[in-house]
Design a protein around this ligand. Structure first.
Ligand code: SF4
Length: 632
């Protein structure tokens, strides 16, 4: 197989896409890694899956396509389907999601996420889930029958099928009668064993514990893997949060409430002692001025902590099953206690309190490489890609890539530059020392002037809710369009409703969405065509300085001599670019992105942007915006 024989589902790749495709092919066929900054619109899924499969189909390597969200699996399934159609192939793809999403038990599939896995694990262990038994069998005869039923279902499916199709096929399985319905997750693992490509979530391989189980179940070794990691800018933070844990006074109190309901005075007594200990630790370490502090392991020593963690775990599973609530605070406490005594290497323990009733104790992992280095170090080849993956060296460092076999690439945006106008507006700043009511008013009037030139929807992204509220106070009176504002306590249903309303407003006169840069409206969401014409990034979305961030800066400084940049500066610019990128999601889209802060002209910030980033610097962003839309 040479580069010119690479499989592709369309007539031919576009220029930049072709380059990425060839880079992926080169790396996968020579056992190297690729870290590619590849902006939206480049067609990354096709450009990575097609060349990787072109190589691995004739080898014993298996591709894992890893995404941060289930919704991103669909495109990968489509790519494989398209390759099969175009080239008359039968490439097998398995779409792997968590057990919770595949569960065919009508009661359990409605359970809350946090409690589901424990109940499922216990039912399997006790042989109490007949769906699981149907899929795997216990006796020799049952195993044989399960195998036949599984094969019947799997052979009825297309080579590249989504997890929905597989689950539906299990649910509508008639042959053995309704009582023979098998666990769809177990079948998806059977499918994965035979698949050429497995489309899965980050946690399937990046959580060391789950990775071990997964690879053993699929009879794979790390060196058998070709990994393609989509939206890879998420990986460091996602992995760090996977490795940490938090205990709050609130979760202890809620656990005690649960234990009162199931009459467990023994555990109530122990948890009251834990609560007392946490409160006295807060008293010792914190004051009105000092709201967070590092804690040594010996400063929070719960008697027989292992035993308590196990007792709470068992009690939590019982509680979840008997209460029908689907979740338990006892599980959170149990998980924390386990993490407290056995944290990841390079973790810190922090006590934090906003006020006397809001105390929490955290175990924070500082080094994502602890979990990812063994994976990327041993995998045959790994491809990391994202529209905001700069500098690529930072991701190589943080995730533990081997320099000697890693290729770095920075692609430019494939969209015509005349369809997007970038403005750096110098009339205001959110710099801490310059914040004032007057400054907020200036920001509001600048937003007002920009919005009046936009013939549709505008989204304004703020570094924090506090700033959003301060500026909104000046916007309400003056803005001619309806305002839709994100709030700090929105649940996912409210978030979806707000998003729907905003998107719908794009068909009419337009509205103004106020949201935070580090939130669900700024990343991982597509606003197509008229749904978003202008994006304003107010200030630089730097993370609020706290003890964890200081520890992270120190850790990255010690390890890579780039603490400030890796922990603070680059992630902020990445957030700004992500938020601004919501404007153009397709080649036919057009729009304006405004970076509203004079600091974007400073070289330390400006140098963090991609090489092909071009912007007009102005103190009249409203005029430029109007001109752009008048001419388009
Ligand atoms: S084993 Fe399968 S069917 Fe049974 S509870 Fe778990 S996910 Fe649901």
């Amino acid at each position: 197989m040479t580069k010119k024989d690479i499989l592709f589902r369309f007539d031919k790749p576009r220029d930049q896409q072709k380059q990425l495709l060839e880079d992926v092919f080169e790396c996968v066929s020579t056992g190297k890694n690729l870290i590619a900054h590849a902006p939206t619109g480049l067609g990354k899924s096709d450009a990575s899956i097609s060349p990787a499969l072109s190589h691995t189909l004739s080898t014993d390597k298996k591709i894992f396509f890893l995404t941060p969200k289930i919704s991103q699996h669909e495109i990968a399934v489509e790519v494989v389907h398209g390759l099969n159609e175009k080239h008359s192939l039968s490439i097998k793809a398995a779409d792997l999601v968590g057990r919770k999403y595949m569960c065919v038990d009508p009661i359990l599939s409605d359970a809350d996420f946090s409690g589901f896995y424990e109940i499922c694990a216990r039912r399997r262990k006790r042989e109490e889930c007949h769906y699981y038994n149907n899929a795997r069998g216990n006796t020799k005869q049952e195993k044989e029958r399960a195998k036949i039923h599984s094969e019947q279902i799997l052979s009825s499916l297309p080579d590249s099928c989504s997890h929905h199709e597989l689950r539906d096929a299990c649910l509508s399985y008639e042959s053995g009668g309704k009582e023979r319905i098998p666990c769809a997750y177990e079948l998806s693992l059977e499918l994965a064993k035979e698949a050429d490509i497995i489309i899965a979530d980050y946690f399937h391989l990046m959580n060391p514990h789950i990775r071990k189980i997964m690879l053993s179940r699929l009879k794979l070794k790390p060196e058998d893997l070709v990994l393609i990691v989509d939206e890879a800018h998420n990986v460091p933070e996602r992995v760090r949060s996977m490795l940490g844990s938090t205990l709050s006074l609130y979760s202890i109190e809620q656990s005690i409430n649960e234990l009162e309901k199931i009459a467990r005075p023994d555990l109530i007594k122990k948890l009251r002692l834990v609560r007392k200990q946490l409160a006295s630790l807060a008293k010792k370490k914190l004051s009105l001025k000092l709201r967070e502090s590092l804690v040594a392991p010996s400063e929070f020593l719960v008697d027989e902590i292992d035993e308590l963690a196990e007792e709470l775990y068992e009690s939590a599973v019982n509680y979840i099953e008997s209460s029908g609530k689907g979740r338990s605070f006892q599980m959170q406490v149990s998980n924390f206690l386990k993490k407290w005594i056995n944290p990841e290497k390079d973790s810190v323990r922090i006590i934090h309190s906003k006020h006397s009733k809001n105390i929490s104790l955290m175990v924070k992992a500082l080094d994502p490489g602890i979990a990812t280095k063994p994976l990327f170090g041993e995998a045959y080849s790994s491809i990391l890609m994202s529209g905001t993956l700069l500098p690529t060296k930072m991701y190589a460092d943080l995730l533990g890539f081997d320099d000697s076999r890693t290729v770095h690439r920075e692609f430019s945006s494939p969209f015509p530059s005349d369809r997007r106008l970038n403005l750096v507006a110098t009339n205001a700043t959110t710099k801490y020392g310059e914040r004032s009511e007057q400054e907020y008013e200036t920001i509001a009037s600048t937003i007002q002037s920009i919005v009046s030139g936009v013939p549709g929807n505008t989204a304004v992204f703020f570094p924090s809710f506090a700033l959003l509220n301060s500026v909104q106070a000046f916007l309400d009176e003056n803005l001619s369009r309806p305002i839709l504002a994100q709030t700090g306590n929105m649940n996912s249903r409210q978030t979806s409703a707000l998003l729907k309303k905003f998107r719908a407003a794009g068909n009419g006169f337009g509205s103004v969405l106020l949201a935070v840069s580090q939130g669900s409206f700024a990343e991982g969401i597509d606003y197509v065509g008229e749904q978003l014409l202008c994006s304003i990034i107010v200030g630089i979305p730097l993370q609020e300085m706290n003890l964890e961030l200081k520890c992270l800066i120190d850790h990255y400084q010690e390890k890579f001599a780039r603490g400030w940049h890796y922990a603070y500066l680059y992630p902020a610019i990445s957030r700004a670019i992500q938020a601004s990128g919501r404007v153009i999601r397709k080649e036919s889209d057009e729009g304006v992105a405004v970076f509203l802060d004079k600091r974007y002209t400073w070289s330390n910030y400006r140098n963090c942007f991609p090489k092909d980033f071009r912007a007009v610097t102005t103190d009249e962003p409203g005029r430029y915006t109007k001109l752009f839309f008048d001419q388009s």
